[in-house]
Design a protein around this ligand. Sequence first.
Ligand SMILES: Cc1cc2nc3c(=O)[nH]c(=O)nc-3n(C[C@H](O)[C@H](O)[C@H](O)COP(=O)(O)O)c2cc1C
Length: 181
Amino acid sequence: MTAIGLYYGTSTGNTEDAAEQIQKAFDALKPGMVTLIDVMKQDLSGMTTFDGLILGIPTWNDGELQSDWEDAISQMDDLDLQGKQVALFGLGDENGYPDTYQDAMGILARKARERGAELVGFWPTEGYNFEVSQAVEDGHFLGLALDNDVTPELTADRIKQWVQQVAIEFGVITNAESVVV
Ligand SMILES: Cc1cc2nc3c(=O)[nH]c(=O)nc-3n(C[C@H](O)[C@H](O)[C@H](O)COP(=O)(O)O)c2cc1C
């Protein structure tokens, strides 16, 4: 069985809510695969024990990492993530912060890649309204961009669709097993 570690940090609960929804969506495909880890409560050393990783991070303070991730991220410098698949999701606010939209997801994605990880779970930028984002590369987000400030009504469907995509990329299900959301 594929073991997936979902590491998240949150300041006001939105990223935790999304993490729980992602876990539930994976459970609907194959139960018990995803372990949730709040980076405020547990260090990052266990990352290497999982087959795949999902990292969830909101952007705070005009383009900065959420504070628990800020405290923890240097631990990644000691980790070898060579060949490990890592999918990211971010929380942001496209109206309030159009010039630093989802920046933290981009910063964390680059750190994971620097440690050798293979990034998966890229997401189109169509339908979002922002100016600049460090989370965008080659015309797509480096992970799932969620926006509970501006488009909360889209979050549930975005998560369902993204989880199917990532489950295929992780090799948890095949294309044929995916269901139309
Ligand atoms: C003071 C403040 C600064 C923020 N800065 C950014 C930002 O630079 N970019 C962005 O996309 N969102 C920004 N946000 C929006 C948060 O990322 C968003 O509200 C998110 O859902 C919070 O997630 P959390 O509840 O998991 O902490 C900011 C919010 C606040 C209150």
